[in-house]
Design a binder for this molecule. Structure first.
Ligand code: BGC
Length: 441
């Protein structure tokens, strides 16, 4: 399906696709277990009862997957390194081979050092996990740093805190609500320590992948506005303020573990300067005052006792996941970040953007991506310094608590045979990349 030509992005703009280790690698027996292996083994945790033991078997088929990346023509590939695998004999060798294969194919490797698969037995509620993370990061950087230029410390600490520790729909399955905040603080501390460890190992360009989305109040009613503001604080500012300003939003520092002096000292580490800021964007949220009942939104159930409720965004197409398709939310988000943080906001890279739809002739995915790439160009035109865009995801994969029921890939995976089949969106993205590189004039 051809679309109108997409406006030209600045020279040097980085085009890529993203994946994560637990969602694609498989070969679970060749590594230590992670909190996700423990979680999926518990009945009822994953909707289709599946596990990531085999997933896309990328561990054994990475050459085929790198060939797909090369054929697609991306500049870069964002994958994640599994901490439990690195802890296991031969684990780092796998990433060594993968990075070599990528370099040989002319695709720049962009590893994420933590994408939710914490080694089983470790716990983000424990402060010590942050220093352990930094030691693991040093090992990875020492091994891969001669070929890797761009690094990502963490993926979406907001989601990992909310889903994994507050609501319990993701591993490790805790339902602590606001008592989950220490898990956020320790991840942010781990990020800061990792930035220092990476710099000490000579890393050139360091970023993080934070999930963000505009929060729209359900109405002008002060109760709805207040609820939306609090939601925005919890899901957005709680993670960007400390990184970019060295402070938590008002009222939050007091809820973090340790006395004020220790939190302040941690914030200095958390705010280590970044070379770029990664944004994962899927959709905005419309939020209002609590409604005295649980709310169900995009596969998520929010308990009634939360001080907000998430409402449907009417009049928009939705993905198979039920998420509204709102491309201009990306422009709004990025100009909003620029306005809030000014010069403190480093150059931005969209580290994830994508949607779940069935089928090989995935015109809905093409429409989604086309709209979002244009909206991204709108942010560039509005003066936001955006340096790259990564589609989530290369392959259909293990979509966490949804199992294999949600397909986000540009490439279809038959989970019975593990056969890969590029979808229409793959061909579309390849054409977009070709057109972006064509000589001007
Ligand atoms: C996560 C991915 C996930 C995607 C779609 C992001 O929040 O980083 O791991 O597959 O969203 O749900």
């Amino acid at each position: 399906m051809a679309t109108q030509p997409i406006p030209r992005f600045p020279d040097g703009f980085l085009w890529g696709v993203s994946t994560s280790a637990h969602q694609i690698e498989g070969a679970a027996r060749l590594r230590e277990p992670s909190v996700w292996d423990v979680f999926t083994a518990e009945p009822g945790r994953v909707k289709d009862g599946s596990t990531a033991a085999v997933a896309c078997d990328h561990y054994h088929r990475y050459r085929e997957d790198v060939a797909l990346l090369a054929d697609l023509g991306v500049d870069a590939y964002r994958f994640s390194v599994s901490w439990p695998r690195v802890n296991s004999p031969g684990g780092l060798d796998f990433y060594d081979r993968l990075v070599d294969e990528l370099c040989a194919a002319g695709v720049r490797p962009v590893p994420t050092l933590f994408h939710w698969d914490l080694p089983a037995g470790l716990d983000w509620l424990e402060r010590d996990t942050a220093s352990r993370f930094a030691r693991y990061v040093t090992r990875v950087a020492d091994r891969l740093g001669d070929r890797v230029v761009r690094w990502i410390t963490l993926n979406e600490p907001a989601e990992h805190t909310l889903l994994g520790h507050a609501l319990g729909t993701h591993a490790p399955g805790r339902t602590l609500l606001f008592d989950a905040l220490p898990a956020a603080h320790h991840q942010l501390l781990a990020h800061g320590l990792a930035v220092r460890a990476l710099r000490a190992a000579g890393a050139a360009e360091i970023g993080i992948a934070n999930s963000h989305g505009p929060t729209w109040p359900a109405s002008d009613d002060p109760a709805d506005r207040e609820a939306a503001d609090f939601y925005d604080l919890l899901l957005n500012r709680l993670f960007s303020d400390p990184l970019l300003t060295g402070r938590y939003p008002e009222g939050i520092a007091e809820l973090m573990p340790g006395d004020a002096r220790r939190v302040d000292a941690d914030l200095e580490i958390i705010a280590e300067p970044l070379d770029w800021y990664g944004v994962n964007y899927y959709a905005p949220a419309r939020v209002g005052a609590p409604q005295g009942a649980k709310t169900v939104f995009g596969g998520l159930t929010l308990p009634a006792e939360l001080p907000f409720s998430v409402r449907a965004i009417e009049g928009r197409p939705v993905t198979d996941f039920g998420w509204p398709v709102v491309p201009e939310g990306l422009t709004e988000l990025l100009t909003g970040l620029r306005d809030r943080y000014g010069d403190r906001l480093p150059p931005v890279v969209i580290t994830e953007n994508g949607c779940s739809y069935e089928g090989l002739d995935d015109r809905d995915r093409i429409a989604y991506l086309d709209g979002h790439v244009r909206a991204l160009h709108g942010a560039v035109a509005a003066g936001v310094d955006v340096r790259g865009y990564f589609v989530w995801s290369l392959l259909d994969n293990f979509e966490w608590a949804e199992g294999y029921a949600r397909r986000f890939g540009l490439v279809h995976v038959d989970f019975a045979t593990l056969e890969r089949t590029p979808k229409a969106s793959y061909a579309w993205f390849r054409e977009v990349l070709r057109a972006q590189r064509a000589p001007v004039g």
